[in-house]
Design a protein around this ligand. Structure first.
Ligand code: PCA
Length: 299
């Protein structure tokens, strides 16, 4: 009996995919390995899940990999703005970076099982944005290093809040703007406080699902194979689900009376400039290893 802490709501496609993964493992092993998924950050808060698995407090987990960019720049490659903004490019970037990510995780006692994308990231506000100057002074919800840095660059005030606490932060007015996907906007009922969604398609972040290496190694071979097979199926299903539902989520924002808009030209240009700055910063941190991954991606 294993636990799998996760950080997003039970009806988010990531969590639904995990539930199906757990079911597949249970079926394939005739109930020998039972995985209980704990969505909604119920067991561990998002930033704590990875360490909980590395230290064996939980056997498996799911987390937004860029939460751990400080441990290795390669964990933040999928949040470099405007590097890979379509699902096809995101898959290419995944393939180019997977080995480096796996290697780093392995050195931390963790085995990567699968990676699944969110939808492209856009900006939620309760006022019109025309340029990045309009973002000055916003109380900006950040979820990782990159989203904090954007706030700093535009003169907004970053407040780091994970998705599980976002609805409350919106309701109490702790923040009045944020970047995320259509799905997290939907999960947190963004329309109750926000009026605009600018579909900037700035990057596609990913979640990783992983297992404590020692726990995995202790399984017998048929059980290991069942886990790996279910993981491969979950990865394919997850990518499909994410892409299929991306537009559906934007439709839900519209149906709830939000304005879903392409970014005005000046805003787009401003964000792209910030993107260039963040790309330079990332390349500096990531050095030759990072360059090699980007080169493989661009090939
Ligand atoms: N939702 C998560 C991470 C990226 C996303 O689309 C969040 O906003 O915390």
């Amino acid at each position: 009996k294993w636990n799998l802490p996760a950080a997003y709501p039970a009806d988010n496609p990531h969590s639904e995919n995990l539930a199906l993964f757990a079911k597949d493992v249970e079926t394939a092993t005739s109930g020998k390995l039972q995985i209980t998924v704990h969505p909604g950050a119920a067991l561990f808060k998002a930033p704590e899940i990875k360490r909980a698995v590395a230290s064996g407090q939980a056997q498996m987990g799911e987390v937004l990999i860029s939460l751990h960019e400080n441990e290795d720049p390669v964990f933040g490659i999928d949040v470099v703005p405007f590097l890979a903004t379509s699902f096809a490019d995101s898959m290419k970037l995944y393939k180019a970076s997977k080995a480096a990510v796996e290697k780093k995780l392995d050195s931390q006692g963790i085995k990567l099982l699968f990676m699944v994308p969110w939808a492209p990231q856009g900006v939620y506000t309760k006022k019109e944005l025309n340029t990045i100057e309009d973002m000055k002074g916003l109380k900006w919800r950040a979820y990782n290093v990159g989203t904090s840095r954007i706030a700093e660059l535009v003169g907004a005030q970053p407040v780091t809040i994970q998705a599980a606490e976002l609805p409350q932060a919106l309701a109490t007015g702790v923040v009045n703007a944020f970047m995320t996907s259509g799905s997290t906007g939907y999960d947190s009922k963004a329309w109750e406080t926000m009026t605009h969604f600018y579909d900037t398609q700035a990057w596609i972040p990913k979640n990783i699902t992983f297992v404590n290496k020692a726990a995995f190694d202790a399984l017998d071979k048929p059980t290991q194979d069942a886990v790996l097979k279910a993981a491969a199926v979950a990865e394919e299903r997850g990518w499909k689900l994410a892409e299929e539902k991306a537009l559906w989520y934007l439709d839900q924002l519209k149906a709830n009376k939000m304005q879903v808009l392409p970014p005005p030209t000046a805003l787009k240009t401003g964000l792209e400039k910030i993107g260039e700055q963040l790309t330079t910063d990332w390349s500096k941190k990531a050095g030759a290893d990072g360059e090699a991954v980007i080169a493989a991606y661009k090939k």
